[in-house]
Design a protein around this ligand. Structure first.
Ligand code: SAH
Length: 469
């Protein structure tokens, strides 16, 4: 039995889905962050449970060939990057393995279905969105930056390599403004002042949205701050104050006020122009989003006559990028501002075969089914928690020829794929796409197709003879 603070030697043989190294010592499995497959390390035991333990690297005895110099001073404590110390090639290998592990262990599917991962073209500076928490440390000093790993502790850090340089410059300027004004920082007691700086960057137009999330609509010195940002950065096309005085983990509050310029920024994706409100989801790696959408379009296999449903459609981006290849597009999304964007985005891009509904995907799909909408293809792109079993049932009953599942969480995706495969759909192909280099996250696109015709779409009569066997 190992004890806390004991020093042990470990060979790291694999990585967890969060990117921690895994090494065995006798019957025990130890998890050690910031290690690489092929490392031999001396590690300090931090915690021991029945068969698993947690440890921290004390010394790298033999480094893995995957190792590279970590080029960020906070990479080992920050909650963002977990793979700055290994080559990008090794990172992509780990991410593909993460998808294979999920689909085989949870989804009970053949790992051979998982194709090669599509690496990202840009490994740094790819983020077009940053949400920078603002707080005060124990000494009352203003801190801004990123959350430490597995915590809500703000690590003071003004520059991040995943962000475009203009974000880092603006954040430094905001810090210079706030540094001597700690009273302007939100606390659960004062419920006023600044909580987050939220930035968005439209890569193709260069436009930047500067949004302050604050407990109150106004704060001292706001004019000075807005003026200096506008003067110094003509790319800032929109300044917004979002008011959030609630004590939750949700960053944005319900009300946004446009202080300057537009209430959205405009970017180009897949040859279409998109307006994006602060509340609306937008893929954070624009260039790679085009690759992701191209793969989804390939898997949708549209020929022009289809009815396509895009569930969890955000500002309409995936569906609109496919609208030229289908007869009718129906998009569903729960955030009202995103649906407003989707409708305008359709109009402005001359897409006339699209309708968008605001609502919960599960109930909206059930409603569409009752209205006898008969989709040929359904695309789903849910948040991390994946689909509800009820929605999967409804999709199966709607009986589309193909379902394209875009997922940012391999584990919930694998859980959902299992339900589809138990109900008349088979998984044809899974392609991991790296949208988030240096972090542990990986996106996947899945093509599923109907195994046999169980439902006659119009009459809903079961036509499969096996039903009577
Ligand atoms: N397909 C879009 C958005 C994907 S992100 C794109 O590629 O940009 C997932 C989206 O699902 C978000 O826009 C989120 O607001 C939305 N969402 C979350 N829960 C939902 C629900 N229960 N019903 C419908 N949409 C939901």
């Amino acid at each position: 039995m190992y004890r806390k603070n004991e020093i042990i030697e470990l060979n790291i043989t694999s990585l967890t889905s969060d990117g921690d190294g895994v090494g065995r010592a006798g019957e025990m499995v130890f998890f050690v962050p910031n290690t690489a497959v092929g490392d031999t390390i001396r590690a300090k035991v931090l915690k021991v449970k029945k068969n698993v333990g947690f440890a921290r690297v004390e010394e790298i005895v033999t480094p893995s060939p995957d190792r590279i110099e970590a080029d960020c001073p906070v990479s080992f404590s920050c909650g963002g990057c977990v793979y700055r110390h290994i080559s990008y090639e090794a990172e992509c290998r780990a991410k593909r393995q993460k998808v294979i592990d999920a689909v085989t262990r949870i989804g009970k599917l053949d790992g051979e279905l998982v194709r090669d991962i599509i690496p990202s073209k840009n490994i740094d500076g790819y983020r077009n969105k940053a949400m920078i928490p603002v707080g005060r440390n124990r000494d009352g000093e203003v801190v801004m930056g990123y959350y430490a790993r597995h915590s809500h502790h703000i690590m003071h850090c003004l520059r991040c390599q995943l962000s475009p340089p203009i974000f880092n410059d603006i954040i430094e300027d905001v810090y210079a403004f706030l540094r001597h004004r700690p009273a302007l920082v939100y606390t659960p007691q004062n419920r006023r002042g600044i909580r987050h700086i939220y930035l968005r960057y439209a890569e193709t137009t260069g436009d930047v949205m500067f949004c302050i999330v604050a407990g109150s609509r106004h704060f001292d010195g706001e004019d000075v701050l807005y003026h200096s940002i506008k003067e110094k950065y003509p790319q800032v096309k929109s300044i917004i104050v979002n008011v959030n005085a609630e004590d939750t983990n949700v960053i944005l509050g319900k009300h946004s006020h446009t202080v300057y310029g537009e209430k959205f920024i405009t970017d180009t994706l897949c040859g279409l122009r998109f307006e994006i409100a602060p509340e609306a989801f937008y893929q954070i790696n624009r260039t790679q989003a085009e690759t992701l959408y191209a793969k989804a379009k390939e898997y949708a296999h549209l020929s022009g006559g289809e009815t396509l449903i895009d569930l969890y459609c955000g500002a309409g981006t995936i569906g609109l990028s496919m609208a030229d290849k289908c007869k009718e597009l129906i998009g569903v999304e729960i955030i009202p501002e995103a649906i407003e964007n989707a409708k305008r985005n359709a109009l402005q891009n001359g897409v006339h075969n699209a309708r968008f509904f605001c609502g919960d995907a599960t109930s909206a799909a059930a409603k569409l089914r009752l209205e006898d909408v008969a989709p040929d293809v359904i695309v789903v792109d849910p948040p991390r928690k994946g689909l509800t079993p009820e929605l999967i049932d409804t999709i199966v009953q709607m009986s589309p020829d193909r379902v394209v599942y875009v997922s940012c969480d391999p584990a919930t995706m694998a859980r959902d794929l299992k339900l589809f495969t138990e109900q008349n759909y088979s998984v044809k192909e899974i392609t991991p796409v790296d949208m988030f280099p240096r972090t542990s996250h990986v996106e996947s696109v899945v093509m599923m197709s109907k195994v046999r015709s169980r439902f006659n779409k119009k009459s809903k009569l079961i036509v499969n003879l096996c039903y009577y066997c």
